[in-house]
Each structure stands twice: as structure tokens, then as C-alpha cells.
Write a protein that binds this ligand. Structure first.
Ligand code: DAT
Ligand code: MG
Length: 156
């Protein structure tokens, strides 16, 4: 089964710059399904859990300060190979390195202010979705267009 769920965050810079909607649209227009969405401010405690793999790195404190400084939009997104597909749409970590056509390449110029987070593996996605969403906050629903968006072959 290759229908996956992944965590996407529109980071505080995306919300402050008024491009959260445009960024969400990049994911939405592929046909992937938004199954959870909320505007929230990340607490230091949540940031510590979310970024536990980066504790001790030189950029860690600045990263947590940035991520907790202002509201972000958290999304749970579902679709075939959603984890890798979302990473592909995001582009490389630093906007300066990200290809045109990607979110980071098209909307940003910074290293750290890179607009968007996406889980990097199925395991991270499971863990990170659990940090941001209660099970009942991720909805199961069908759309009339689903049958024209992905089919049994995509479900692997
Ligand atoms: P990604 O967000 O592409 O998964 P990551 O998980 O390696 O990248 O790092 C998490 C965030 O930390 C990243 O989006 C931006 C910031 N970051 C990573 N490496 C950095 C560095 N060398 N200098 C400044 N910020 C960095
Ligand atoms: Mg990462």
C-alpha cells in the first residue's frame, strides 16, 4: 500500500509573508488530499520533540527560535508516496539551492527561512503527525474527484 500520510508545516515566514495559501495550493493541486489542517504556534516543548534529531547542532537554537516565533500552519496530507512527493515539491533545504518550480526555489531566498517542512520518511511522518494531530483531527473522507486522481495501480 503506497497511499501515505505526511506532515507538512507552512513555517512562520510563509504565514507572515501571506503566501501560506499559495504554498498549500502547490500541494493541493497535485491531487493529494488534505486530511488535517490547523493554524497554531509551536511551543518550545513541541519544537524540541519535533526537531530532536537536530539537538546540539549549530543551527538548532536559531531554528527553534524561528519556528516558535509566530504561527504556522500544520497539514496532514495523504496520497500515493506522499512523503517523497511532498519533499520533491518543496525542493532542497536551502532556498538558494532549490530548483525553480519548487516551493523553496520559487518563494524564498534564504537558508533558514525556508517556508516549509515536510517529513523525510514514513517513520518520521508517523512520529511527526502524532506530535501535531490527535487521531480524530485527521479526517477520512472521499472526494468526488478521487476516482480521477489516483487509482488501484497507484495503491500498489
Ligand atoms: P529539511 O527541512 O530540508 O528536512 P533538515 O531536516 O536537515 O532540512 O533541517 C531542518 C531545518 O533546519 C531546515 O529546514 C533549515 C534548518 N537548517 C538545516 N541545516 C541548517 C544549516 N546548516 N544552517 C542553518 N539552518 C539549517
Ligand atoms: Mg528535515
Amino acid at each position: 500500500m503506497s497511499i501515505e500520510r505526511t506532515l507538512i508545516l507552512i513555517k512562520p515566514d510563509g504565514v507572515q509573508r501571506g503566501i501560506a495559501g499559495e504554498i498549500i495550493s502547490r500541494f493541493e493541486r497535485t491531487g493529494m488530499k488534505i486530511v488535517g489542517m490547523k493554524l497554531m504556534t509551536m511551543s518550545p516543548e513541541l519544537a524540541a520533540k519535533h526537531y530532536e534529531a537536530h539537538v546540539g547542532k549549530g543551527f538548532y537554537q536559531g531554528l527553534v527560535k524561528f519556528m516558535t516565533s509566530s504561527p504556522l500552519v500544520a497539514l496532514a496530507i495523504e496520497g500515493p508516496k506522499a512523503v517523497d512527493n511532498c519533499r520533491k515539491l518543496m525542493g532542497k533545504t536551502f532556498c538558494t539551492d532549490a530548483q525553480g518550480g519548487t516551493i523553496r526555489g520559487d518563494f524564498g531566498v534564504s537558508r533558514g527561512l525556508n517556508l516549509v517542512h515536510g517529513s523525510d520518511s514514513a517513520e518520521s511522518a508517523k512520529r511527526e503527525l502524532g506530535l501535531f494531530f490527535k487521531p480524530e483531527e485527521m479526517l477520512e473522507y472521499s472526494r468526488a474527484v478521487d476516482a480521477w486522481t489516483w487509482n488501484d495501480e497507484d495503491k500498489g
